[in-house]
Design a protein around this ligand. Structure first.
Ligand code: HEM
Length: 535
């Protein structure tokens, strides 16, 4: 029987033959043992049972069991590329140093390596790239002062202005916890109670909610940051990426045609363009505003549901980014890369934007869970400069971040025994004065509708038509009182906007009723036919 001992070519746990000399191509285990039999588990006879001391099999299968890390809680599906950012040295007609001392911007032509990850937001790691969703646009600049991450989206505004609401927003857009389906009824239940989302919804349900690919879309920091100069003076700043390939968005039927044949089209487009040497480029532009409340504006400058009007705050170019190299390994680079809004360099700072502050906790928190405690030691996340800390150990620590010549006994500071030294800051800190009562309150100037209405009127006809169709489609499944509430909100943005959605919903309702009547008539006919066939 098959359990008879069968002499084979095996030797020891790996099948190593003492006379064999491994080469660079030799398949090994992770322990470095040549793996002479990668086809069969070790069994008692050829029919088994399998033995448990079979280390090469246990190592292989248990590593496979752990191949996945948790996908990002949002922005799970992405594509990435390496490139370079080149500074102009100026902002508008002025030297950039007037506003920021960040070294990467200072000299004309100065180059800084970057890694970019584009993404969709709501659906899982292998979801179609044609879905209506904001697109992530995250850039890691490996500067001489350490890393700077600019974690943005394609759209320039956001759904909410308070970080407290983010998990609810995401839950409403993610699949229903019971049916596991994305559901317009749940989305608009939340949105109808979140009037600040109207500006973002107007963009999202128009063709701007489905960029044609990652190369032909804009990017934006969305939240407000600060620039700080060498006197320690700060200004508010918003960042925008403008694609030199032009902008292209899809109407819903175009997206559906692509999706029927290819649900990886954006990843493929980026990869193929870079392989073909057709390197995509974006210009980085900023808007600058003095750091105060600006009572003359009808919105709060720190409200991320608003655009800063370009006639008052012009877009000023500061540099250009070129993506010129595909990742060598998707998992190492695109999956394990970790961006965060807290990752700033000298000369860049936070504003008091409440969303920005909430985000800044969330990113590194999730990455410690998603990638691991020592995620910053991975090559894609580590700065391309020397790192010296007294942070030690933890899961998967890969190296000790020590300085050359540092006393190995000293992993604390201060010390007089040749440990790491706290450097002295030469440029003055930015130290804004802040005073007030600690409260939990919304901002005063909410102005939820006027920019959404303006956007509605600015769209081209085909964009407005697509917007109305998409809203009617998504709202059709919502309960009547939610539809009514949404029509009321659209009307507050623009009378015509509300009217068209209301009429669209009425027509869709009529069609549905008509369909039902037809269905009933059909069923009657089928029943009659059956009765005739089987009297
Ligand atoms: C990813 C939180 C708002 C852009 C993420 C991730 C979290 C998160 C936890 C996953 C990160 C990871 O696993 O590495 C939040 C919170 C927000 C917020 C709490 C609001 C309070 C925004 C806004 C934008 C944005 C307003 C656009 C400016 C992105 C992008 C990614 C991302 C682009 C993907 C980064 C990548 O490619 O790895 N966000 N987010 N998020 N978020 Fe946000």
């Amino acid at each position: 029987n098959g359990n008879q001992p069968t002499p084979g070519p095996e030797f020891g746990a790996t099948g190593l033959q003492p006379q064999d000399q491994p080469t660079d191509q030799t398949l090994t285990t992770r322990q470095g043992h040549p793996l002479y039999n990668n086809q069969n588990v070790r069994t008692v006879g050829s029919r088994g049972p399998t033995t448990l001391e079979n280390y090469p099999f246990l190592e292989k299968i248990s590593h496979f069991d752990r191949e996945r890390i948790p996908e990002r809680v949002v922005h799970a599906r992405g594509a990435g590329a390496h490139g370079v950012f080149e500074a102009y040295g100026t902002v508008g007609d002025e030297p950039v140093s007037k506003y920021t001392r960040a070294k990467l911007f200072q000299e004309k032509g100065k180059q800084t390596p970057v890694f970019v990850r584009f993404s969709t937001v709501i659906h899982g790691g292998h979801s179609p790239e044609t879905l209506r969703d904001p697109r992530g646009f995250a850039v890691k600049f490996y500067t001489e002062d350490g890393n700077w991450d600019l974690v943005g989206n394609n759209l320039k505004v956001f759904f909410i202005r308070d970080a407290m609401k983010f998990p609810d927003l995401v839950h409403a857009f993610k699949p229903d916890p019971l049916t596991n389906r994305q559901d317009g009824g749940r989305i608009f239940d939340f949105i109808s109670n979140t009037p600040e989302a109207m500006h973002m919804i107007t963009f999202l349900f128009s063709p701007w909610g489905i960029p044609a690919n990652y190369r032909q879309m804009q990017g934006s920091g969305v939240n407000t940051y600060k620039w700080v100069n060498d006197k320690g003076e700060g200004v508010l700043v918003k960042y925008h990426w403008e694609p030199l390939q032009g902008i292209k968005n899809l109407a819903q039927p175009e997206a559906e045609q692509i999706q029927a044949k290819n649900f990886n089209h954006a990843t493929q487009d980026l990869y193929d363009a870079i392989e073909a040497g057709n390197y995509p480029q974006w210009e980085l532009l900023v808007q600058i505003m003095s750091d105060d409340e600006h009572p003359e504006l009808d919105f709060d400058p720190l409200d991320d549901t608003k655009l800063w009007p370009t006639d008052q705050f012009p877009w000023m170019p500061v540099g250009k980014m070129t993506l010129n190299k595909n990742p060598e390994n998707y998992f190492h680079e695109v999956e394990q890369v970790a961006f965060g809004t807290g990752v700033l360099v000298d000369g860049l700072d936070f504003s008091d934007d409440k969303m920005l502050q909430g985000r800044t906790f969330s990113y590194s928190d999730t990455q410690r869970y998603r990638v691991g405690t020592n995620y910053l030691q991975l090559p894609i996340n580590a700065p391309k400069k020397h790192v010296a800390t007294n942070q030690r150990d933890g899961q998967m620590q890969y190296r000790v971040d020590t300085a050359p010549g540092q006393n190995p006994h000293v992993n604390y500071e201060p010390s007089s025994l040749n440990g790491l030294k706290q450097p002295e800051r030469k440029a003055p800190d930015h130290t804004p004065y802040i005073a007030g009562n600690l409260v939990r309150q919304p901002i005063d100037r909410t102005n939820n509708f006027s920019q959404a209405g303006e956007r509605y009127r600015l769209f081209e006809d085909w964009e407005r038509d697509d917007l109305i169709n998409n809203l009617v489609d998504a709202l059709s499944g919502a309960e009547q009182h939610i539809q009514d509430k949404m029509v009321e909100l659209f009307s507050q943005c623009d009378e015509d906007y509300g009217r068209r959605v209301r009429e669209g919903l009425q027509q869709a309702g009529d069609r549905q009723k008509h369909g039902q009547v037809n269905n009933e008539a059909n069923q009657e006919a089928v029943q009659k036919a059956e009765e005739m066939a089987h009297p």
